[in-house]
Design a protein around this ligand. Structure first.
Ligand code: FE2
Ligand code: FE2
Length: 123
């Protein structure tokens, strides 16, 4: 699902690949080294991705920036909460949360700025 900006598309692919890594390790305990390394990568990579996306939305004057940014903040908060509450989170919960977020945010919500960029003459 392209947003029409090569670097953002690559970052979405990278995020998907981290989620797929977690899916490949779904039978491991949530405390495993692999899972915690994926968690770390996901938080770091997502922050970087959100920063670039928000910079671009600002540069294009996208009117939905504040609402979109609030969704980013909420996602990071939810992810960090999960990391801090691992005793109450199963791998199933984590993967359900991440795949739902990918479907909703990247495949749907990010398309709003993509359409706006395209109308504004973006690449
Ligand atoms: Fe995105
Ligand atoms: Fe986004």
């Amino acid at each position: 699902m392209s947003v029409g900006v090569a670097e953002l598309d690559q970052q979405h692919q990278q995020l998907l690949s981290i989620i797929n890594d977690l899916i490949d390790h779904q039978h491991e305990t949530i405390y495993s080294e692999t899972v915690s390394s994926c968690f770390g990568k996901l938080v770091a990579y997502t922050r970087r991705h959100f920063a670039l996306e928000e910079d671009m939305m600002r540069a294009y004057g996208f009117p939905g920036l504040d609402a979109h940014k609030a969704q980013h903040v909420q996602f990071i908060e939810n992810l960090v909460d999960m990391m801090l509450e691992l005793d109450h989170v199963s791998m199933h919960d984590l993967l359900a949360f991440l795949t739902a977020w990918f479907d909703q945010h990247i495949c749907h919500d990010d398309q709003h700025y993509a359409a706006y960029f395209a109308r504004s003459g973006g690449n």
